[in-house]
Design a binder for this molecule. Structure first.
Ligand code: NAD
Ligand code: ZN
Length: 260
């Protein structure tokens, strides 16, 4: 029993999980705030995180944006500051390498930081949007979030002059690409769950869909989650910082002649 709970990845399990990955047909990775912690982006919920300064119900809802965009922009600017200048870490790079080796089909991320793409992942679904662009909720206009635009108190849409917001999903807005992720979850026979408590819908639904279809889950987290507690004998839990465990796993899984 307990062997699979010990910190780090031990050799027999590493080899077993790597073989499972190579044998799988449709591998998906689900990532959350934890994968970017080692890039210097704290998760929002921890003490001192963004939500302790800007209470989400007071700043991060679509209603607040509509009623008082100037107030909402105080949060958006603080959010932008935590994300700007960040670089992918070895966990993002490992997922990109797995995709390049043909061992990973899709990354579904709850993050808005763009670090998967920066690491070289191509097939990425950002269910909570991205912070690299500004969005007009009235006419659908999208533009790059350039510094001179961010310097305006509330940037306005060049098409319809409505206030713009970052292209991120606020509380009260619909998540993106639900159909695509549901389809992927149904096809998926192996799911990598990295740095997420997977408690928020729709991320929470993906592991259940994969399990219902007979698929397995390999979880990478610094601590146990509700998912770990409910794990099936075919699942793995690799405890430790994803920047250490994921590269170890990717290296074991990628055939030697494909590594540099
Ligand atoms: P969460 O805060 O619920 O969970 C983060 C998980 O990461 C925890 O289970 C924690 O144990 C784990 N973790 C922390 N450090 C880790 C590490 N080094 N390696 C592996 N695991 C680690 O986060 P969530 O489930 O992603 O939900 C928070 C929401 O806030 C997300 O929906 C996301 O959109 C948003 N968010 C985004 C960013 C970003 O874009 N980087 C950052 C913070 C929050
Ligand atoms: Zn517009």
């Amino acid at each position: 029993m307990g062997g699979r709970d010990r910190p780090g990845i031990e050799e027999p399990q590493l080899a077993e999980a790597a073989a499972r990955l190579r044998a799988a047909h449709y591998v998906v990775a689900l990532t959350g705030a934890g994968i970017s912690v080692e890039s210097g982006i704290p998760d929002f919920r921890s003490p001192g995180g963004l939500w302790s300064v800007f209470r989400p119900e007071e700043y991060a809802t679509i209603e607040v944006f509509r009623a008082n965009p100037e107030k909402a922009w105080r949060l958006y600017r603080a959010l932008g500051e935590t994300l700007v200048g960040r670089e992918p870490n070895p966990a993002h790079v490992a997922l990109a390498a797995l995709e390049q080796a043909g061992l990973l089909r899709l990354v579904v991320t709850q993050n808005i930081d763009g670090l998967h793409q920066a690491a070289g992942s191509r097939n990425v679904v950002e269910i909570h949007g991205d912070h690299r662009r500004l969005q007009c909720v009235r006419c659908g206009h999208l533009e790059e979030a350039r510094p001179e635009r961010l310097a305006e108190r509330v940037p306005a849409c060049p098409g319809c002059s409505a206030p713009l917001k970052p292209n991120v999903v606020l509380f009260g807005e619909a998540v993106r690409d639900l159909d695509a992720i549901e389809q992927a979850a149904r096809r998926c026979d192996l799911l990598l769950v990295v740095g997420t408590s997977a408690q928020v819908y729709p991320a929470a639904a993906i592991p259940s869909l994969v399990r219902a279809g007979g698929g397995a889950i390999i979880e990478f987290n610094v601590e146990k989650t509700a998912l770990t507690a409910a794990r099936h004998p075919r699942d793995f839990f690799f405890r430790g910082p994803a920047g250490t465990t994921l590269p170890q796993f990717a290296q074991a899984a990628i055939p030697r002649d494909q590594t540099a």
